[in-house]
Design a protein around this ligand. Structure first.
Ligand code: DX5
Ligand code: ZN
Length: 233
């Protein structure tokens, strides 16, 4: 098992599905995490919303700590919050391995990323559907990954916005080879192949896993669709 934050090593083994816990059964959190472990996932995606940056509220550091206590899976924390400078280090301390900050909330991330990277975390910038790739172009050298939103953030279960595909292709052209491209929102059996063909490495999936009773076949099928699309592109 590679070091937790080292998704670059995991990437060699193929596309990775990151379940977004937003739609999981929080009353049975440990059972949900065990089911995902048994389904073979390598990382979990935790969506933090502050009711300001997005019109929805979710959870904070205590939940990340709780997940950290019960699993060694990589924890990917997606901060949809207005003030990442104040809170991102606290999420790192709570056990996040990878921290994603929106460029719309923090247009100059260098100082925060230096602090987080110095603590051993992987760092990434997220871009909303209307935000051009140019907004992150100057920071690709200090990012481990870029998360391309394929819905407006805030809620699970929304329809995939295809503009994300153009942006992933553009990013793949200009980003260093080591940079991981992550896609989030509306990723399911009909869209994951296009995401993989456009250059995606990591696929955040909420409803296409949690709206099904058995997670393992969903994760296996999505992984296989992404792998197949990648080899044919
Ligand atoms: C949306 C979140 C996503 C979301 C994905 O704001 O960032 O991670 O939960 O859920 P689906 O796959 O249902 O779009
Ligand atoms: Zn997310």
């Amino acid at each position: 098992m590679p070091a937790r934050k080292d998704l670059n090593a995991l990437r060699q083994s193929g596309p990775l599905i990151l379940p977004s816990l937003l739609l999981c059964d929080f009353g049975n959190l440990e059972r949900e995490v065990r089911r995902l472990e048994k389904a073979g996932v390598q990382a979990l995606h935790l969506d933090v919303m502050d009711g300001h940056f997005v019109p929805n509220l979710t959870y904070g550091m205590p939940l990340v700590e709780a997940v950290r206590r019960i699993t060694d899976l990589v924890i990917d924390v997606h901060l949809m919050i207005d003030d990442p400078v104040q809170y991102a280090p606290q999420f790192r301390a709570a056990g996040a391995d990878r921290i994603i900050v929106h460029v719309e909330a923090l247009p100059q991330p260098a100082r925060l990323f230096a602090e987080l990277s110095g603590s051993g975390a992987a760092v990434g910038l997220a871009i909303n559907p209307p935000t051009p790739v140019g907004a992150v172009a100057d920071f690709l050298e200090i990012c481990d990954h870029v998360l391309v939103m394929s819905v407006m953030p805030g809620f699970g279960g929304q329809a995939f916005e295809r503009i994300a595909l153009d942006k992933m292709r553009e990013l793949r052209q200009i980003a260093p080879e080591r940079l991981l491209i992550e896609c989030d929102g509306g990723v399911n059996e009909t869209t994951i192949g296009d995401c993989a063909a456009a250059g995606g490495d990591l696929f955040v999936v909420g409803s296409a896993i949690f709206r099904h009773r058995d997670y393992k076949p969903r994760v296996a099928h999505l992984t296989q669709l992404a792998a197949a699309a990648r080899t044919t592109c």
